[in-house]
Design a protein around this ligand. Structure first.
Ligand code: BG6
Length: 491
């Protein structure tokens, strides 16, 4: 009855994760339309601290400029690392590492270039046929995100993004198209990447162009509600097409701890963790709004407009599994004024935790926080969990003989994987681990190429210059051995 688990399960989904807009390139081929990500620029002349601003603030002027074919600005997410033309080589490298799973996203604008067409773009669908066939050839399970910060730009411009209820129908049409097409090749789906990001980045997550919205809090939560409904409707359709398929939610989970044992810090942490992340997984995993929603919305002066059928559809179609990205933890202080702040994924920041080191980008490294995250989510939902992203963004140096000695990355990943193993012993049902950016890709936040996460180096700089040659890093062989030993050999 009480069976202690001390090992990773036999069929554990070891692999890596990417997103179409950071990986694929080929934005001007195959009939692809422009996505929100395609208008994101990288410009070294702008001060570093502003590189991530476009995640939440994008103006009509910037978008107009991006639509001008003569613009001399560099748009890194149109180029990615050209997986579009290198997918065979890249998947062969994943297979060489022994990948069991590959998390990727479908670019919505390859399938529906503007988002509101009635018929899909066959060339876009055919591209993913080829990708899934290639994965299948090596027995690699695709885990597919439907929306990873790359909704059609047209839906943002014409409809105002997710704030408009009509976008639900466009999303469901897109989801239905890909569920039908790939029903025999994809079992694991995720609807929205880091759905809690709507709270932090209204542009990339919701397609809201700030200048249009005098009441941004209202826009964020109305948009979130539409995504919840869209996700539940997509889950319904997915199950009708393939009852064996699994649909998951995905949040960015920055585990929070109180800065001190001051009761004010403790409760501030409970509330911040809800609004930052758990509210979103609560709704999607349980299928209904948690009891604390009313107060949370009242404090923000937000009134969500719902339709009578929303509640029922959300209750009937919660997700099958829970997934999350984990890069760092955070500390919460009720009175942070005199404390040092920190950088963080999703610009969430917080106060500096004196017990933790930080990455070169100021993200606080806390492997034990991953064990806490897994326990928290499993205690709360009792659903299988995939660690959908985890990794270290670092500068890599190519030494003589194409050597890249990324011991720092090995150390980061090893320490985190050890904590997953401990969580499994704690009783958590972890079914997969896909580290972030298994191959170097463009950074979501900064647009840099030099912020690298991969086991495979790509010869390309921040402005897209380079041969795009793929080079195995030291971590490549290390991870290969981790997978071969099913997580037993981590040193
Ligand atoms: C996650 C995103 O928040 O963090 C990824 O889902 C992103 O798309 C990753 O790449 C790492 O962030 P960054 O800004 O270092 O690329």
């Amino acid at each position: 009855m009480f069976q202690l688990k001390t090992k990773f399960p036999e069929n554990f989904l070891w692999g890596g994760a990417t997103a179409a807009n950071q990986l694929e390139g080929g934005s001007n081929v195959g009939g692809k339309g422009l996505s929100l990500a395609d208008v994101y620029t990288f410009d070294e002349s702008i001060p570093k601290e502003h590189w991530s601003d476009q995640w939440h603030l994008m103006t009509h002027k910037q978008i107009e400029e991006a639509q001008n074919p003569d613009s001399d600005k560099y748009y890194p997410k149109r180029h990615g690392v050209d997986f579009y033309h290198h997918y065979k080589e890249d998947i062969a490298l994943f297979a060489e590492m022994g990948y069991k799973a590959f998390r990727m996203s479908i670019s919505w604008t390859r399938i529906f270039p503007n988002g509101d067409e009635l018929d899909p773009n066959e060339e876009g669908l055919a591209f993913y046929d080829r990708v899934f066939d290639e994965l299948n050839k090596y027995g690699i399970e695709p885990i597919v995100t439907l929306s990873h910060y790359e909704m059609p730009l047209h839906l943002a411009l014409k409809y105002g993004g997710w704030v408009n209820r009509k976008v639900i129908d466009f999303f469901v049409r897109y989801a239905t198209t890909v569920f039908e097409r790939y029903q025999n090749r994809v079992k694991y789906w995720m609807t929205f990447n880091e759905i809690n990001c709507v709270n932090h980045h209204q542009y990339v997550s919701l397609g809201v162009i700030e200048e249009n919205h005098p009441n941004i809090e209202q826009a964020k939560f109305q948009g979130a509600h539409h995504q919840f409904v869209a996700s539940a409707l997509a889950t319904k359709v997915c199950k009708e097409i393939n009852p064996e398929a699994k649909v998951g939610c995905m949040i960015s989970y920055q585990v929070l701890v109180p800065y001190s044992c001051d009761p004010d810090d403790v409760f501030a942490t409970v509330e911040k963790e809800r609004i930052n992340s758990l509210f979103f997984s609560d709704v999607q995993a349980k299928g209904y709004y948690p009891a604390y929603t009313a107060k949370m919305l009242a404090e923000k002066n937000v009134i969500i407009r719902t339709e009578p059928e929303d509640e029922q559809i959300m209750r009937k179609y919660p997700v099958d599994y829970v997934s999350f990205s984990y890069y760092m933890s955070g500390a919460v202080c009720a009175h942070p004024e005199k404390l040092e702040g920190v950088e963080g994924n999703l610009l969430t920041g917080g106060v500096k935790n004196p017990y933790l080191p930080s990455s070169d980008w100021g993200w606080q490294v806390d492997p034990k926080g991953l064990r806490t995250a897994l326990n928290n989510l499993y205690d709360r939902y009792q659903k299988p969990i995939i660690v959908a992203e985890n990794g270290l963004g670092a500068i890599d140096v190519v030494e003589e003989g194409d050597l890249i000695n990324d011991d720092y990355r090995i150390s980061y990943l090893r320490d985190h994987i050890k904590q997953i193993k401990k969580a499994i012993t704690d009783g958590v049902d972890v079914i997969g681990y896909t580290s972030w950016g298994c191959i170097d890709i463009v950074s979501a936040g900064t647009g840099q190429m030099s912020k690298r996460y991969g086991f495979i180096y790509v010869d390309q700089d921040d402005m897209g210059r380079g041969t795009k040659r793929r080079i195995r890093k030291k971590s490549f062989n290390w991870y290969k051995n981790v997978i071969a030993t099913n997580g037993e050999q981590l040193e």
